[in-house]
Design a binder for this molecule. Structure first.
Ligand SMILES: [Zn+2]
Length: 145
């Protein structure tokens, strides 16, 4: 019973968690509060004096929110399931448009990039084109003004 434990007389032993040892250890009661409840204790193991912490209900640890979410959600939703074969299939018999900064592209266009090779346009915005290349998705900047 914590009730009895909290009223352990001064100079008596009390088992409580030591702030230094971080363990449930035997302590000696040093003083009480006005209400006669143990206020300070001294650890028998490390000798440190500290406040008596009545057993609290274990507060569930706050689950660390994954803040990386924001960064991840900013990623372009590309058809990730598109594997190499499917990809080749989609690019097959398509006339690739040479990629250029001033070019205008539509979703599902096949482009030919000087560095990355053939790619499939998955998303288009005013100044960006999202392209799925063989080596992965990329965002290209275009200059449509
Ligand atoms: Zn201790």
């Amino acid at each position: 019973m914590t009730q009895n434990k909290d009223r352990t007389p001064v100079a008596q032993s009390i088992t409580t968690s030591c702030t230094k040892c971080k363990m449930e250890l035997s302590h000696i009661v040093i003083c009480h509060t006005m209400e006669g409840i143990v206020a300070r204790v001294k650890c028998r193991t490390c000798g440190s004096e500290h406040k008596y912490h009545p057993e609290k209900k274990k507060t569930p640890r706050k689950t660390a929110r994954v803040t990386g979410r924001t960064a991840a959600s900013r990623k372009v939703p590309v058809p990730a399931a598109l594997d190499f074969e499917q990809f080749s299939e989609r690019l097959k018999n398509r006339e690739p448009v040479p990629y250029s900064l001033s070019g205008s592209f539509k979703v599902d266009d096949v482009i030919n990039h000087a560095t990355h090779g053939m790619g499939l346009v998955t998303k288009v915005s005013r100044q960006r084109v999202w392209v799925l290349f063989f080596d992965g998705p990329r965002t290209l900047v275009c200059d449509w003004g």
